[in-house]
Design a protein around this ligand. Structure first.
Ligand SMILES: Nc1ncnc2c1ncn2[C@@H]1O[C@H](COP(=O)(O)OS(=O)(=O)O)[C@@H](OP(=O)(O)O)[C@H]1O
Length: 801
């Protein structure tokens, strides 16, 4: 973003990936910040105000007329006001519908009928020009009049409107290699002659452009070309599609609206639609609809790795093709904002009263807003957008902000200890999760000890295992990264809490899970807190290796540490090669491994933390360095208590921290005597340290800390120019060293099976040695934990303590 210009805001406007133009425009003043990354398709009646401050060009370097960019930018800007992170792209699309520039398609054939048609046309040696559209693709609709306008001038050709229809037509989409709508394809003798995905110019019309291109006069138009824009056809092979599509359907079903009905309702009477949404937002029974829709947005966000609801809404609108979804997404965002503002944090019964009061206040204010709007003629042109805007502004006026809310465990008091009636609390319902803090790792970082130390506090209650529990709790629930359980089943794993009490869990895969931040936000809300102990990555890796051998968990005692390290490095590199975009500037863009992780991947703390920081503010994390924590454990434990809002004077911390949990001797299953091959030799240590060095430096920068020098200390002379070398270069690493997991005792400790795909959506394909259940092996068995059969899937457990 550029610095604000006098009297306005400058921002870099870049079209989404499928568009072509990059330009910098100066925009009128807006609250907070300016809006970037708008869909260029959001056009409509606007008052031009944006000013281009450099020369817009498309990706092929062609200069784009400034006036055109200005009008598009202004149009998008005006219709998509940014309000506290919200882009109302739905209403923006809606405006173009309402303006009635777009006729409904008069002539159409479904794509399924196109092939027989072409075969028949072929028999007659005819050409066919087909305009592929989707009913709810705004861009298709906007191009349609241009296509229609040219029709009278086209002779001796079949002129077709082809409805690409629903996902069930995917084979036909593939047959014609359709990726976007609108697309124009010219067929000759029933085979494709030319394909023009969204060939569009506002001045000449898409087909006219096509004809000019055919006749060779198109070069003359280059200076007048628009940036292209179109609706991508959803990738139905992508794993997200099914849940996304299902969620959208469920949402619309739950609202009692078919897609077209919703659309008509919106088009016919936007105010009614908004009123309906607001009613939903104020009724308990319907809040889950909003949350459900947020789940859709979350899915999209996980997929696209976007940063805010408006981006997610944008993608929903694209992948669900059109105005309805965009509108619903935008509306859902508004509602969600209202909901989250009015249902902020923890637990107890008396907070329900607060919530009821808050809801009454909200309803009163909402009831007042439309008349206010009507009385203010200045707001009239903004219409529906302003309605939503004012609702949001009004809601934020009466509701507390996240920053001002109290910390967990002390949620009824403001920071200075006085009661603040305006501060509302997050009330866990069946829709929210019971734990309010998470020890998130790192694996082998001492998290078991930390979790036990925390639980020594009388008001911090541990994760409760089932009634049939056979071993002490280690706090791993495997919910946030795998979603094996329903929320209710998850909550049942925790005790019921009295006022002033909190509970939490410790699943060491949480830190590295790509899906967990979104899951946590979705199920546990914005106020939960996180603790982690970060251990020097090579030591951490070594500890993990030894644990696996001691437990006989997929690693034979004959495998030297160096061999395992090489194998892990290779796995890491293979995954990186398979997913070249997984990281960008130490920011993870794609999950490289599932929760089973990888010896190296798990030590890239900055990468994982940065992913978390995108979802939760930094001050909700308490991060310890292993070396520091265990040097002065009692002082740091007190700090952890205070961080969780608990009184640190009621526990004798010095006594509590005397015990070490989950040490080497706690997790021995096989007869194993450590020898030199199990140690970290200088060569391996040097190469691994070298590997981790940039990530550790990045961690220092991210957390603004100085790590202990031991994290970087390496013996340069032990480095080999060709990288980490096996003990015997002639000996291939034998996969037999990595045992198949046919050990029943290990199977017992796996998390319950589920039809759910791995939420982390590994790239790089399967690695049989390391499936996701290995994570659970690590999490559970690593701690010497022996679960009884009922402990892992005892979903009927009422969890009561
Ligand atoms: N008080 C104290 N001081 C120093 N070190 C300690 C302490 N408590 C736990 N530990 C060490 O932490 C390692 C176990 O970490 P985790 O509990 O996070 O392991 S796990 O991922 O949950 O399996 C494990 O490390 P290794 O012994 O190297 O395997 C524990 O010894």
């Amino acid at each position: 973003m550029l610095p604000a210009a006098p009297g306005g805001v400058s921002c870099e406007v870049t079209c989404p990936a499928e568009s072509l133009v990059t330009a910098r425009v100066e925009l009128p003043p807006v609250p907070e910040t300016c809006l970037c990354g708008l869909p260029w398709g959001s056009t409509g009646a606007v008052a031009p105000q944006a000013r281009v401050v450099d020369t817009p060009r498309n990706t092929s370097g062609t200069r784009i007329p400034e006036t055109h960019v200005e009008s598009l930018a202004t149009s998008a800007f005006n219709m998509s006001q940014r309000l506290r992170g919200l882009t109302l792209s739905g209403p923006a699309l809606l405006t173009s519908w309402n303006s009635k520039v777009v006729p409904r398609f008069a002539h159409r054939i479904p794509i399924r009928e196109l092939h027989p048609f072409l075969v028949a046309a072929n028999a007659r040696h005819e050409h066919t020009i087909a305009f592929f559209y989707r009913e709810h693709c705004t861009h298709s609709l906007m191009r349609a009049p241009l296509f229609a306008a040219v029709q009278p001038f086209v002779a001796n050709v079949n002129y077709l409107w082809v409805d690409v229809g629903a996902p069930s037509n995917i084979l036909d989409w593939r047959r014609y290699e359709l990726t976007h709508t609108p697309t124009i394809i010219v067929f000759r003798n029933s085979s494709v002659m030319h394909t023009f995905p969204d060939p569009t110019t506002t001045e000449f019309g898409s087909l006219l452009f096509f004809i000019m291109k055919l006749t060779g006069v198109s070069d003359a138009m280059d200076g007048h070309m628009d940036p292209s824009f179109s609706c991508p056809i959803p990738d139905h092979t992508h794993p997200i599609w099914k849940p996304l599509h299902r969620s959208v359907q469920e949402f619309q079903d739950a609202m009692g609206l078919r897609d077209t009905q919703a659309e008509e309702l919106m088009l016919g009477d936007l105010q009614t639609f908004i009123d309906l949404g607001l009613q939903l937002a104020t009724r308990d029974s319907r809040l889950d609809l909003v949350l459900r829709y947020l789940a859709i947005l979350d899915q999209v966000r996980v997929w696209e790795d976007e940063h805010s609801f408006d981006d997610a809404a944008l993608y929903v609108s694209r992948y669900c093709s059109g105005g309805t979804s965009a509108m619903l997404a935008a509306l859902a965002v508004v509602l969600a904002m209202l909901v989250t503002r009015y249902t902020a944090d923890p637990v107890e019964e008396h907070h329900r009263r607060q919530r009821r009061r808050a809801r009454r206040a909200m309803m009163a204010r909402l009831g007042r807003i439309p008349p206010l709007l009507l009385q203010n003629p200045g707001l009239a042109p903004a219409g529906p957008v302003a309605v939503i805007a004012l609702v949001v502004v009004a809601a934020s006026f009466v509701a507390p902000t996240t920053a001002s809310s109290p910390s967990i465990g002390n949620n009824n008091n403001s920071k200075d200890g006085t009661k603040n009636k305006k501060e509302l609390s997050w009330i866990p319902t069946s829709d929210t999760c019971r734990p309010t803090y998470f020890v998130m790792g790192a694996r082998k970082g001492g998290s078991t000890s930390l979790y036990h130390y925390l639980n020594a506090h009388p008001n911090i209650k541990p994760y409760s295992m089932s009634r049939r529990k056979t071993a002490p709790s280690y706090g791993e629930v495997h919910f946030l990264h795998k979603a094996h359980y329903s929320l209710q089943q998850y909550n049942n794993k925790f005790p019921h809490l009295k006022p002033g009490e909190i509970t939490g869990e410790s699943s060491v895969s949480t830190l590295v899970s790509y899906a967990a931040p979104n899951h946590t936000m979705h199920f546990c809300g914005p106020k939960v807190k996180f603790l982690a102990i970060l251990r020097e990555p090579v030591a951490r890796m070594h500890s993990q290796y030894l644990m696996r051998i001691r437990l006989g968990s997929r690693l034979k005692p004959t495998v030297p540490f160096r061999t395992w390290a090489i194998k892990e490095l290779q796995r890491f590199e293979q995954r990186v090669i398979a997913s070249p975009n997984w990281i960008d500037g130490f920011e993870v863009k794609a999950p490289l491994f599932g929760p089973s992780g990888n010896g190296l991947y798990e030590g890239l703390y900055s990468v994982h933390l940065r992913h978390w920081f995108k979802r939760y503010p930094r001050d909700q994390f308490l991060l310890f360095i292993y070396d520091h924590f265990f040097k002065h454990p009692s002082g740091h434990l007190k700090e952890a208590y205070r961080f969780l809002g608990m009184d640190d004077s009621v526990v004798r911390c010095r006594k509590v921290v005397q015990r070490r949990f989950n040490t080497a001797s706690d997790n021995v299953r096989v007869n194993f005597t450590e020898s030199h091959i199990h140690q970290v030799d200088a060569h391996t240590d040097a190469h691994l340290k070298k590997f981790f060095e940039p990530y550790n430096r990045d961690l220092e920068a991210l957390l603004n800390i100085t790590l202990p020098s031991s994290w970087f200390a390496l013996d340069e002379t032990a480095l080999h120019p060709d990288g980490l070398q096996p003990f015997d270069p002639n000996k291939q690493d034998d996969d037999d060293d990595y045992e198949d997991d046919d050990d029943d005792s290990l199977k017992q400790i796996q998390a319950p099976t589920s039809d759910d795909d791995d939420d982390d959506n590994n790239v790089g394909g399967g690695d049989d040695d390391y499936d996701d259940d290995a994570a659970d092996d690590d999490d559970a068995s690593s701690r010497g934990l022996v679960r009884g059969p009922g402990d892992v899937d005892d979903d009927d457990d009422d969890g009561g303590a």
